[in-house]
Design a protein around this ligand. Structure first.
Ligand SMILES: CC(C)(COP(=O)(O)OP(=O)(O)OC[C@H]1O[C@@H](n2cnc3c(N)ncnc32)[C@H](O)[C@@H]1OP(=O)(O)O)[C@@H](O)C(=O)NCCC(=O)NCCS
Length: 179
């Protein structure tokens, strides 16, 4: 994966009905540690990372790169959205395409925040890279993620086996200009 290669970064914070999408800041560091150390969050992502290792290794401002959005609810980080370039993706259908990822803290699950934030990030992408298709890979066992992908308009390209699990590759076709 590499970053999107967009020059329009960082954007002005993106505001939705309930949330703000913005660049990571130093005040988000504790929430990033919580996110990466959480067994629940990382069940389908290769497992949690040790908290002490994260405390030691994360930079003062974690995850600050073009395409990395902190999702902020009432001034506090509840999740991260990642838009990257899928360079070196093991499936040819995804290689080189924009790739969506999302991780939210368990206390923020079940309120539609992920759907609201991802839709806003995809709108932003449509603005800076018009006509860009987006891919998404998730384990088929990750039911919440599969539901979210469907809600966001991703459709199945293929299923494949990797990292000891069945994976789902979805594609969101570029938004068509309205007539
Ligand atoms: C994947 C993940 C982001 C999904 O989070 P989520 O909160 O379930 O997703 P949504 O934002 O779509 O919210 C869904 C639920 O909120 C409910 N909801 C409550 N209030 C709502 C509102 N105002 N608007 C919309 N939905 C609302 C919906 O009914 C929906 O439930 P349903 O899917 O059972 O019908 C979350 O499970 C997660 O962070 N998992 C760990 C990381 C991970 O595995 N990421 C995938 C790697 S690509």
């Amino acid at each position: 994966m590499s970053d999107l290669g967009v020059t329009a970064w960082p954007p002005e914070p993106i505001t939705t009905a309930r949330l703000v999408l913005r660049e990571p800041e130093a005040r988000d560091r504790a929430a990033f540690i919580e996110l990466f150390a959480s067994p629940e969050v990382n069940t389908y992502l290769g497992g949690p990372r040790p908290r002490d290792e994260l405390e030691r290794d994360l930079p003062e401002v974690p995850e600050r790169w073009p395409g990395s959005f902190v999702v902020d609810l009432d001034g506090a980080m509840i999740g991260q959205i990642l838009l990257r370039r899928a360079t070196g993706h093991r499936r040819p259908a995804a290689a080189g395409k924009a790739d969506l990822g999302y991780l939210f803290l368990p206390r923020a699950w079940g309120f539609g925040y992920a759907a609201e934030a991802c839709a806003a990030a995809l709108d932003w992408l449509d603005g800076v890279l018009p006509g860009e298709p987006v891919v998404l890979t998730t384990q088929t066992a990750n039911v919440a993620s599969m539901r979210l992908a469907a809600k966001l308009g991703f459709t199945e390209v293929e299923r494949f086996h990797a990292w000891d699990a069945e994976q789902w590759l979805g594609l969101r076709s570029p938004a068509m200009p309205s007539a």
